[in-house]
Design a protein around this ligand. Structure first.
Ligand SMILES: C[S@@+](CC[C@H](N)C(=O)[O-])C[C@H]1O[C@@H](n2cnc3c(N)ncnc32)[C@H](O)[C@@H]1O
Length: 163
């Protein structure tokens, strides 16, 4: 049984490996990015650094990110995802080439509810061939699960592609 430290390490390794893989996969494909769960802005900062030509819309209840990891105001969507995601999925219908969802916690029941909400609302936003990277297992309509890239341990992160 891995320790909490090891679990965190494995999750971050998987996240980093999935990002590297996803950045390659979306090269040359048009589309914007959804960052669902801005948090401290670490993954937003990573994406902004590596795919600086993309518009990245970041979602959260509030802005709690490091100053140097905070998007422009026009690229922040504040509120409960159950409210903001369905609206954004309609507004940006078919335009999202990469969605990263990072909203899980140690509360299993809450994770289950959040994964359901995400699965129910994300699909309209996805462009053909779009990738979804998630810290929770999802079942988004019209997507298929993908194997994780080298360097990512199974069940530490989840990848899907819009078919
Ligand atoms: C694990 S943190 C994200 C970490 C971030 N990706 C980073 O690298 O710093 C999860 C974030 O998701 C947000 N979140 C979780 N559930 C949410 C919901 N239902 N609506 C809006 N934001 C939510 C929390 O406020 C929190 O900031």
């Amino acid at each position: 049984m891995p320790t909490r430290l090891e679990k965190t390490l494995y999750r971050l390794q998987a996240q980093n490996a999935c990002f590297a893989w996803a950045f390659e996969q979306i090269t040359g494909k048009p589309g914007i990015v959804f960052e669902l769960g801005l948090g401290l802005g670490r993954t937003y900062n990573h994406m902004h650094h590596h795919i600086s030509d993309r518009r990245i819309l970041a979602f959260d209840r509030k802005v709690g990110s490091y100053p140097d990891c905070t998007p422009d105001e026009k690229d922040i969507v504040l509120g409960e995802l159950a409210d903001t995601l369905p609206r954004a999925a309609e507004q940006y219908r078919g335009q999202v080439i990469l969605a990263h969802t990072d909203i899980g916690s140690f509360d299993r029941e809450q994770n289950r509810r959040l994964a359901q909400m995400m699965s129910n609302n994300l699909s309209p936003a996805l462009a053909p061939g779009a990738l979804v990277m998630s810290d929770l297992p999802l079942s988004v309509p019209e997507t298929e699960p993908l194997p994780l890239p080298e360097g990512a341990r199974a069940d530490c992160y989840y990848l899907y592609r819009r078919v």
